[in-house]
Design a protein around this ligand. Structure first.
Ligand code: TUI
Length: 314
């Protein structure tokens, strides 16, 4: 199954793997790229040397195209912006803020820029600045999220910009892929489903939580702080929400409570104090598979659905 996304990025299937902070390392990204998608290393809050080492590890494992996700709130964002140029990274995706300041540098060096956008306004802005495509990410996603959900966001972004749209948020199987294409997307980005891939190196407890999750097991914290984050419900998310509502606590204290919580989930599997970021689709993710199995299954299903589709209308 091919779309213009395949040609644009030199990949076999129109799928990006989400640039999940602390999760998306060389192991996961190289496996996704080898399987024909676009594997993405998350720079997150990591220092430049750590990201460089992951890029080198990935290059040893695959010759296929890959990307680096840059979290715009990172304290190292300036250095990481230069690193991707030095390392000839073919694709940069960005999240949690506007990448426009860095786009002239990336474009000058032939880096394809694909920002994650939570709204039509931001999609238009980055399209004008030279983005190759946009990832329209709905509020069903895990981690830091915008306000509009995928079903409403994707068609509105697709109508507003002339560049291809990649849909993200709430997509977990071939039905989601087919639906995204019907909404006007030319490709998809998945995060949660890749959390349980064999090649994903997160703690076993994290994988178990995702595999056991039901439809209503995620929640959003941080809304009142202007920093909404979706994660699996646990003692940490409940305590965070309680602190948020506590008038006696300062903004700084409330934010500090969340520091290190994602690392505690990913590295230590800390069920009590960790923040297990995951999307609403976690309830659909019930099996560990290789990245290759996941991607092949997604597109076999989507292809069959799209071909059958005409017969559903009497
Ligand atoms: O970035 C994500 N998801 C993330 S980043 C992350 S690390 C983190 N952890 C805790 C707190 C903050 C970050 C975990 N998950 N998704 C992409 C995304 N980008 N969602 C929303 C946006 C976004 C928001 C505003 C993109 C641009 C934007 O621009 C407006 C502005 O005012 O900057």
């Amino acid at each position: 199954m091919k779309t213009c996304i395949c040609e644009l990025f030199g990949i076999e299937y129109p799928i990006f793997q989400g640039g999940m902070a602390w999760v998306a390392d060389a192991s996961l990204a190289s496996a996704v790229s080898e399987a024909g998608g676009l594997g993405i290393i998350a720079a997150a809050n990591a220092p430049v040397d750590v990201v460089r080492a992951e890029i080198h590890k990935l290059k040893e494992k695959t010759d296929k195209p890959f990307g680096v996700n840059i979290m715009m709130l990172s304290p190292y964002v300036d250095e990481i912006a230069r690193l991707v140029v030095e390392e000839n990274v073919p694709v940069v995706t960005t999240g949690a803020g506007l990448p426009t300041k860095y786009m002239p540098l990336w474009l000058e060096h032939g880096v394809k820029v694909v920002p994650v956008v939570p709204s039509v306004g931001i999609a238009k802005m980055v399209a004008r600045a030279g983005a190759a495509a946009v990832i329209a990410e709905g509020g069903e996603s895990g981690g830091h999220i915008g306000e509009t959900n995928t079903m409403a966001l994707v068609p509105q972004v697709a109508d507003a910009v002339d560049i291809p749209v990649i849909a993200a948020g709430g997509i977990g199987d071939g039905r989601g892929v087919a639906a995204a294409l019907m909404l006007g997307a030319k490709g998809v980005q998945l995060g949660t489903r890749f959390l349980v891939a064999y090649e994903c190196t997160i703690h076993e407890n994290y994988k178990k939580r995702v595999l056991k999750a039901k439809d209503n097991d995620t929640m959003t914290t941080g809304k009142s702080l202007g920093n909404p984050v979706r994660a699996l419900k646990n003692p940490f998310t409940r305590a965070f929400l309680k602190n948020e509502q506590d008038a006696g606590m300062s903004l700084e204290e409330k934010e500090a409570f969340g520091a290190g919580a994602l690392r505690r989930a990913v590295k230590e599997g800390d069920e009590k104090n960790g923040c297990f970021m995951a999307g609403e689709i976690a309830g659909l993710v019930t099996r560990e598979q290789s990245c290759k199995e996941i991607i092949t299954e997604l597109f076999t299903q989507a292809d069959a659905l799209l071909k059958e589709g005409a017969a559903w209308v009497k």
